[in-house]
Design a protein around this ligand. Structure first.
Ligand code: CP
Length: 306
């Protein structure tokens, strides 16, 4: 079976294949499994975009979505993640999408679970479909990754998006620059070839400015934080946007804290691709689901209904 757990599990070739498949869906290609297949979305952490776009992708592919809400499930009686997934497998679910607050939650599912697992975000670990949709948006804009500089600004230390993206971008030939509060960027642990710069420097040389949300929920309640000061020192202010290169773009995985990571007026400005990212998220998730279902047990017959 094929699970999508991390971006680092994917070769550069596989990343390009998934982006191509997503682009075909964006261009109107249709694909549906020949038989009725069932899927469930297990979100142990809040989500708007990832959950809704997985559901949209699943319905576009003609999958039957089995509702699962943690708050009304036996998770509240102490049932483990493993037993929950094993139960869904036993009743006939063909794949699961999971978001969980535990880093690498999928390691406890490695043995015994026989249906594909798609990671919709694990703690501070990984967010592979977010990374793939970011990459698709960059590819759409520039047609390449080589020689591009991608500046990632914000709460790097607590961000699964930063980790997933940096890994993939470097392998695809881009240069990655980090910026943000020094306490949130471990400069001794930067991936090879990456560097740390002030927001002004990093924004000026970027082809892609990727802003990250401050991950309040991952600071163990210890976060002393002045929104205005953060915006002034590290945010994409109206003044900093003027430093951006011609043709450069703004990305943000969202939810956006308007006026903190990015000035309110820039969220829907000409350089922003923030809502394009969300649109691409549906196609990337269609491509990931197709790949997982095609490879779920040695390959099945599927219909292309173009
Ligand atoms: N970008 C992202 O993962 O958003 P949600 O938390 O709303 O799913």
């Amino acid at each position: 079976k094929w699970d999508l757990l991390t971006t680092s599990q994917l070769s550069a070739k596989e990343i390009q294949e998934i982006i191509l498949s997503a682009s075909e869906f964006a261009g109107g290609e249709m694909w549906q499994p020949k038989e009725k297949l069932f899927i469930s979305n297990l979100f142990y952490e809040p989500s708007t975009r990832t959950k809704s776009s997985f559901e949209m992708a699943e319905r576009k592919l003609g999958l039957e979505v089995i509702p699962f809400e943690v708050q009304t499930s036996s998770v509240l009686k102490g049932e483990t993640l493993y037993d929950t997934v094993k139960t869904l497998e036993a009743i006939g679910t063909n794949a699961v999408v999971i978001r969980h607050s535990t880093d690498n939650f999928f390691s406890e599912l490695e043995k015994g679970i026989n249906i594909p697992i798609i990671n919709a975000g694990d703690g501070k670990g990984h967010h592979p479909t977010q990374s793939l949709l970011d990459l698709m948006t960059i590819q759409q804009e520039f047609g390449r990754f080589t020689d591009l500089t991608v500046t990632i600004i914000g709460d790097i230390l607590h961000s699964r998006v930063a980790r997933s993206n940096a890994d993939a971008l470097i392998r695809l030939g881009a240069k990655v620059v980090f910026s943000g509060p020094e306490d949130w960027v471990d400069q001794n642990q930067l991936p090879p070839g990456c560097c740390y710069m002030s927001a002004d420097e990093a924004i000026e040389l970027a082809d892609v400015v990727m802003l990250l949300r401050v991950q309040h929920e991952r600071h163990d309640g210890k976060l002393l934080f002045d929104k205005n000061e953060y915006h002034r020192k590290h945010g994409l202010t109206l003044e900093r946007e003027k430093l951006m290169k011609q043709g450069s773009i703004i990305l943000h995985p969202a939810p956006v804290n308007r006026g903190v990571e990015i000035a309110d007026d820039l969220v829907e400005s000409p350089k922003s691709r923030i809502f394009k990212q969300m649109e691409n998220g549906v196609y990337i998730r269609m491509a990931a689901l197709k790949r997982a279902l095609e490879n779920r047990n040695g390959g099945l017959e599927y219909v292309d209904s173009n």
